[in-house]
Design a protein around this ligand. Structure first.
Ligand code: ZN
Length: 344
């Protein structure tokens, strides 16, 4: 009896909390079994929260002030705009070294460009959300249909790249939401993410600045959802030091997971599927980096904002091995890949 009681108590204190329509509701689930961590001083994951995305809750006090679910010193790490060769993998390696987890908000085009990297993100147990098809500012779209297309095409592409379930978690490019797009995501039961702590890593592009910006802001707020970009080389370089600084500062990492996976819409799945047809059978069987070359084919390209073929991400070659290399000097080609989707 005593053992049972102790087990129940342990279950309650380490269990998954549900945040969403009601908050925070204790769910009757056992914690997911954790792989043993080889690093005795790892930052780790202090708890997992499960999000009921029904009705499209918003997180991150910069825009959405409904769900104050983080305790003092609790931090959620998020990375936008990837996956990207070298940098996403360096971020993954740093997170693995500290046995900790994050949310990756992936762009549809990038996901089809580097599906193998995104699958690694998924395999390592991180949460994968989406960030539109081409990183378009949805407030600048002329029609609601165009904005919805960006959102849905991104979701279908990311799911296609992962080849498995992804989270109904979404972040607006440039955090630019609108009443129409919010309504759409609410109707789709997709959670929206703003931020509490914007690292502005894309502006300063300095690893020292990124670590200092996040730690300073956390010192003031005491907790929060941190926004960074795994496509930035300076961020990839900053993460090992940032994770050590978080541990030293007594911060704890919370992982956010969805209660149920994202349901993509069949017409957008079909559009993405048709965009990868006509490739070699091997590529068609599983998306590879060369998939991006066909994205300008009819059915996708007419939806606007496609960069010319010369700026498409080329398939990896022997000269560009898919190995983590934080801080590695970028070639002109890497630079083009890293920034290609901004060049419109
Ligand atoms: Zn972004």
């Amino acid at each position: 009896m005593y053992q049972l009681k102790r087990a129940l108590l342990a279950g309650i204190f380490t269990g998954i909390f549900t945040v969403g329509s009601a908050l925070p509701v204790l769910a009757q689930q056992a914690p997911a079994p954790q792989k043993t961590c080889a690093n005795p001083n790892a930052l780790g994951v202090s708890r997992v929260v499960e999000i009921d995305t029904t009705g499209g809750p918003g997180f991150g006090f910069q825009h959405y002030k409904s769900y104050d679910f983080l305790e003092a010193k609790e931090v959620v790490l998020t990375f936008d705009d990837g996956p990207q060769k070298f940098h996403t993998e360096a971020v993954l390696a740093a997170l693995a070294e500290q046995c900790t987890k994050a949310i990756f908000f992936s762009i549809g085009k990038m996901a089809l460009g580097y599906p193998e990297i995104l699958r690694k993100v998924a395999a390592e147990g991180h949460t994968i959300g989406t960030h539109t098809w081409s990183h378009a500012n949805l407030r600048k779209k002329k029609t609601e249909a165009e904005a919805v297309d960006e959102i849905e095409r991104g979701m279908s592409a990311v799911k296609r790249a992962v080849g498995g379930p992804i989270a109904p978690f979404f972040r607006f490019p440039e955090l630019a939401d609108s009443p129409e797009t919010i309504k759409h995501l609410q109707d789709r039961n997709v959670a929206m993410f703003s931020t509490d702590i914007d690292s502005f890593d894309f502006k300063f592009r300095s690893s020292e600045h990124t670590v200092k910006a996040v730690i300073d802001r956390l010192g003031k707020l005491g907790k929060g959802i941190v926004l960074m970009h795994d496509i930035q080389p300076s961020t990839a370089k900053a993460i090992p030091a940032l994770l050590v600084a978080l541990k030293q500062g007594g911060y704890k990492i919370v992982q956010m997971k969805p209660k149920a996976p994202l349901q993509t819409l069949p017409e957008f799945d079909t559009a993405i599927e048709s965009s990868v047809k006509g490739l070699s059978s091997a590529a068609n069987e599983r998306p590879t980096s060369s998939v991006v070359r066909t994205v300008s084919e009819p059915g996708v390209s007419k939806l606007g904002g496609e960069p010319p073929a010369a700026q498409m991400i080329p398939a990896p070659t022997a000269a560009q091995p898919d190995t983590p290399a934080a801080g590695k000097a970028e070639t002109a080609n890497d630079q083009r890949q890293r920034t290609w989707f901004w060049q419109k």
